[in-house]
Design a protein around this ligand. Structure first.
Ligand code: SAM
Length: 258
């Protein structure tokens, strides 16, 4: 998968060189390219913002640098509205626009993005990007406006780090054990919409705390049932909204399969 990020703070994306994403890059599973938006400015101060039409506080990111940056990065993958790029030459990019006004980012969207060959992220600052930029590319590309939660950050770089990590760990070959994300909270399957329950490791006794007896039983059916009960209890306590989306018949099927 190829990932491009256009930002006025390229250094903010340095964590993409470490840990899981960094290793995926080193192994050639991910091609990440971070671009400084100011490269596409031509005045002495490398200006990327201006005052909002209609008045009000804050500044808005100017359309010209974004347009030039995206045209250059997307290259032949996109053509002006009404024309069609040469078929089969370049994978179709998806433009991901972080904004508190976007669709909430969730595991389902992470799975969908992980199937795309090429993601281009446009993390903004100030009051966001001039709307015409999003409208311009929505005429040519699959554009997703995405929020990582109901709060407002100073910029879209942290949301990009969140989304890239969530997507990268779903790519084939990135996690050592592919099954480890299949049991995660929110993962599709009979336990979908449930949060994962508590986990334990050695030693069997730590301070005055042991581990649940069932986990030592070696009985796979009982262990699976216990995990499911724990997942239900945690979900009911922390995310009652998810319980309503949980399909009881799929839970029964999960029990029968054990
Ligand atoms: N005035 C905007 C609003 O109320 O929707 C907020 C702008 S915010 C200060 C600047 C940028 O940070 C946004 O354009 C977006 O790129 C990013 N951002 C802030 N919060 C975000 C969130 N919850 N999810 C995704 N991106 C966010």
């Amino acid at each position: 998968m190829r990932i491009d990020v256009v930002t006025i703070f390229p250094e903010y994306l340095e964590p993409l060189n470490v840990s899981l994403v960094g290793k995926a890059r080193a192994r050639g599973l991910l091609d990440v390219r971070v671009h400084d938006l100011r490269r596409w400015t031509y005045d002495r101060h490398h200006t990327v913002d201006d005052t909002p039409y209609g008045g009000g506080p804050g500044m808005v990111m100017k359309p010209e640098p974004w347009g030039e940056a995206l045209d250059e990065i997307l290259g032949t993958a996109t053509s002006p509205a009404g024309t069609t790029p040469a078929a089969g030459t370049t994978p179709a990019p998806m433009l991901v626009v972080p904004t508190p006004g976007g669709r909430p980012f969730d595991q389902e969207l992470a799975v969908e993005l992980s199937g795309a060959p090429w993601l281009v992220f446009t993390p903004a600052r100030y009051e966001g990007i001039d709307r015409r930029v999003i409208d311009e590319y929505a005429d040519r590309l699959d554009v997703r406006e995405v929020s990582i939660g109901d709060y407002v950050l100073a910029g879209g770089e942290a949301p990009v780090l969140v989304m890239v990590e969530a997507v990268a760990r779903l790519l084939p070959g990135v996690l050592g054990n592919a099954e480890s994300h299949q049991d995660d909270s929110f993962a599709a399957g009979p336990m979908s919409h449930l949060l994962e329950g508590p986990v334990y490791t050695k030693p069997p006794q730590w301070r005055d705390r042991g581990i649940p007896e069932v986990l030592l039983s070696g009985h796979h059916g009982r262990i699976a049932r216990w995990r499911r009960d724990q997942a239900l209890a945690r979900t009911a306590a922390n995310r009652p909204d998810l319980i309503a989306r949980c399909d009881p018949s799929s839970l029964d099927a999960h029990d029968r399969a054990e």
